[in-house]
Design a protein around this ligand. Structure first.
Ligand SMILES: Nc1ncnc2c1ncn2[C@@H]1O[C@H](COP(=O)(O)OP(=O)(O)O)[C@@H](O)[C@H]1O
Ligand SMILES: [Mg+2]
Length: 466
């Protein structure tokens, strides 16, 4: 299904007619094409949209703030007056404003929804994070401008598009609240001509036409009933009626012309990014050693049950793989914790270690300042989950005693041979970092975010090593 066409009404100036345009545009679009779904939402802190369109007197199911917390817009949309759908306004945006940084949240939310047709977004007179989100998602941005200062302010919107690598194509200036009674001598006969010349001078493109200042229009939201009346029903005799109908026609025609919508582009970019992540993950999976790095046994049995207990990766990233929980635990107790007796699974000490290992990183490395060919020393470090050292211990590898490679090899030897030994069969410069994994889903550690954490800790740890 095609993504909705998004129109954002934005300008940093208040009182230029944004809300009046947004709300009436919705009604005129609906009048132009009855079957066209039209959805309206506002990030302004006034409740004009709700006042004008709300039919339902029950409490709202949610409001526009939900768009930023992962709620599907489908669940927020209400059916309103004049056939216009709307998402209720929110009074919680102030609290959210400084927490949010991501300008793509609204695009993400709308891309997930089943909304079609045209979505109109009214914004606050401010380039805050909600306006930025609305600009980011837009196929068409209408910038109402009523005078030279508000024209100057447009620069910030253009800058936003430039700095986010977005095409300026959606941007259009619309002179609003134009006072027809004013006439000038010279080439620009009236405020409209003048504003248009300003815009062209700055390289800004304009919508066709303008919206005139009309006392009748102004009166539509001031009445004893406390209602806001549409221009279509209560201001038909004004020139603004014709002018907004004209804007609606332009918006509608452009929506027909825009086959690839901004949200389609955004969806494609998301799929692409997803695929790239996926392939990075697949590469990491493919590069894993197949058996346990200690005992060499396959890690997955015939029933698909994995014995993987720890993930291990060499600091130069040349080798990564899993180690069975039992293999690693036995090595640790025997060689580094100096256990006098053999520790077996279900021993309370074993359980204690397993539990605390979940919050640890372990590291194996040639002991600092020991490049002696005949005396190989190995250090074992334990770090906490933030990558801060908890303890370390250094042992001498028995195999290298008496200048001879002993025939009798320790249980550590196969692991070192697979990971830390260099071409000459001696401890190299890299270190091996280990992290406990969940036995249900060991490869979880290779997921983008988890793996990023792992490599970040690896980088942090490497700066602390002697
Ligand atoms: N075409 C118009 N002619 C006269 N008054 C208008 C017109 N459009 C809007 N207004 C009035 O101007 C004021 C600001 O309009 P509004 O749409 O709320 O602007 P914004 O959303 O940019 O702050 C309101 O009182 C509104 O009734
Ligand atoms: Mg407003």
């Amino acid at each position: 299904m095609s993504a909705p066409y998004i129109v954002t009404i934005s300008s940093e100036k208040g009182g230029v007619g944004k809300t009046t345009l947004a709300t009436n545009l919705a009604i005129y679009l609906k009048a132009l094409h009855e079957d066209l779904p039209v959805t309206l939402l506002s990030f302004d802190n006034h409740f004009s949209v709700d006042q004008m369109f709300r039919i339902n007197r029950q409490p709202a199911k949610g409001d526009v703030s939900g768009l930023f917390s992962g709620i599907n817009p489908d669940a927020l949309v209400e059916t309103g007056e004049y056939g216009v759908q709307f998402i209720p306004s929110s009074n919680q945006l102030n609290d959210l404003r400084h927490e949010l940084k991501d300008t793509t949240l609204l695009a993400k939310a709308l891309a997930k929804s089943s909304l079609g047709g045209i979505v109109i977004i009214d914004t606050r007179p401010d380039l805050d994070i909600f306006t930025q989100n609305a600009l980011y998602a837009a196929d068409r941005v209408i910038v109402p401008v009523k005078d030279a200062p508000s024209m100057d302010n447009c620069r910030h919107i253009y800058d936003f598009f430039d700095s986010h690598g977005l095409s300026r194509r959606p941007l259009r200036i619309l002179p609003c609240l134009v006072d027809n009674r004013i006439h000038y001598d010279g080439p620009f006969r009236d405020p409209y001509q003048l504003l248009k010349a300003y815009a062209i001078n700055r390289g800004y493109r304009c919508m066709e036409g303008f919206i005139a200042k009309s006392p009748k229009v102004e009166s539509l939201n001031t009445n004893p009933e406390g209602k806001i009346y549409p221009i279509l029903t209560h201001g038909r005799q004004t020139e603004v009626h014709v002018q907004i109908a004209n804007v609606a026609r332009q918006v509608y025609l452009h929506s027909l012309d825009t086959e690839l919508r901004r949200l389609d582009e955004y969806r494609l970019a998301m799929v692409h990014a997803e695929r790239e992540h996926q392939s990075a993950y697949e590469i990491r999976c493919k590069e894993l050693e197949t058996g346990c790095l200690v005992c060499g046994r396959p890690l997955v049995d015939n029933d698909g049950v994995s014995a993987a207990g720890y993930f291990a990766q060499l600091s130069d990233q040349k080798i990564s793989g899993f180690i069975e929980e039992e293999c690693f635990t036995k090595l640790v107790f025997r060689y580094f914790y100096g256990a006098k007796r053999s520790i077996e699974p279900h021993d309370p000490i074993w359980d204690l270690f397993r539990e605390s290992a979940q919050r640890s990183y372990f590291l194996l490395q040639r002991a600092p300042h020991t490049r002696n060919f005949y005396q190989q020393k190995l250090s074992f470090y334990r770090f906490d989950e933030h990558g801060l050292e908890v303890s370390h211990k250094t042992i001498e590898l028995q195999e290298f005693e008496k200048r001879l490679l002993s025939k009798e090899r320790s249980d550590l030897f196969p692991l070192l041979e697979r990971t830390l030994f260099d071409d000459q069969g001696r401890l190299g410069d890299s270190f091996l970092l280990l992290r406990k994994v969940s036995s249900d889903l060991p490869e979880e550690i290779l997921y983008d975010q988890n793996f990023e954490n792992f490599t970040a800790i690896m980088a942090k740890i490497s700066t602390q090593l002697p």
